[in-house]
Design a protein around this ligand. Structure first.
Ligand code: CAA
Length: 257
């Protein structure tokens, strides 16, 4: 499959997607979101892929939704097209998706990073929801995911003022899992992705589903959901192999089933 706005490659059991619109600082237009979904379909359907990494350039992960495209839009059009709904498909993926963010992650770029399961940031990363400066508001979940990630005080302040957060502040606030020097970001992210990809895929996918459940339910229901999923994993061969390998003091040989 060939793409115009992204690059894709495979490194062992990891799929790597690189946003590739340097002339627009990787601004997200409809084509980018569609191609992202096609690439993710490919990786989701490939049994040899256990984790996916999404990255941009050292200057910009993505500087937002494409303002030049949006400037032409009107209400009936965005409503009828359900504009930005392809982003929801990205959020509903079942294999883990890690964002490796260097440079600008603004507006839709910050929102796309937050859709991923966790964010590794370069020391030059900058996060923000500057839509307020354009007379609009976040439209790919920024008001919701940023608030869940860093709490109301900081999220409200960032969405209302449009100010940017640097990598240090983002890590302290809980938006970012870890920070690396910009030239090490991709290698470190691929290393973590490979660690995840070597685990049993059903246990990885079930873990992701359980952690995400926290945003949809009460504690009691969430614990109950986790317990049921935990019980079900005893039906997998990988559970037998993982525990037997521990008992026999050897490395497990997971078959991802
Ligand atoms: N959409 C379209 N084009 C963009 C863009 C965007 N979000 N961000 C940057 N570009 C384009 C610029 O127009 C410029 O193109 P030209 O060379 O053709 O003029 C090119 O990328 C390089 O950008 P700059 O010259 O502006 O680069 P800079 O280093 O001086 O500034 C920046 C970098 C501070 C990120 C600045 O580009 C900027 O402020 N970008 C817009 C950020 C923004 O407002 N993002 C939110 C978009 S709205 C949104 O995302 C809605 C939503 O919730 C989904």
């Amino acid at each position: 499959m060939s793409f115009e706005t992204i690059l894709i490659e495979t490194r062992e059991r990891v799929g790597l997607i690189t946003l590739n619109r340097p002339q627009a600082l990787n601004a997200l237009n409809t084509q980018v979101l569609d191609e992202l979904n096609q690439a993710l379909d490919q990786f989701e359907n490939d049994p040899n892929i256990g984790c996916v990494v999404l990255t941009g350039s050292s200057k910009a992960f993505a500087a937002g939704a494409d303002i030049k495209q949006m400037a032409e839009l009107n209400y009936p059009g965005v409503y009828m097209d359900d504009f930005f709904s392809p982003a929801d498909r990205i959020a509903n993926r079942r294999k883990p998706l890690i964002a490796a963010v260097a440079g600008y992650a603004l507006g839709g770029g910050c929102e796309l990073a937050m859709i991923c399961d966790f964010i590794y940031a370069a020391d030059n990363a900058r996060f923000g929801q500057p839509e307020i400066n354009l007379g609009v508001l976040p439209g790919i979940g920024g008001t919701q995911r940023l608030t869940r990630a860093i709490g109301k005080a900081k999220a409200m302040e960032m969405c209302l003022t449009g100010r940017q957060m640097d990598a240090q502040e983002a890590e302290q606030a809980g938006l970012v899992a870890r920070i690396f020097p910009v030239d090490q970001l991709l290698d470190e992210t691929l290393k973590a992705a490979q660690v995840i990809a070597e685990k049993s895929l059903p246990s990885v996918m079930m873990t992701k589903e359980c952690v995400n459940r926290v945003f949809e339910t009460s504690l009691a229901e969430g614990v109950r959901f986790e317990r049921r999923v935990f019980h079900s994993i005893f039906a997998t061969a990988d559970q037998k192999e993982g525990m037997q390998a521990f008992v026999e003091k050897r490395k497990p040989d997971f078959k991802h089933g």
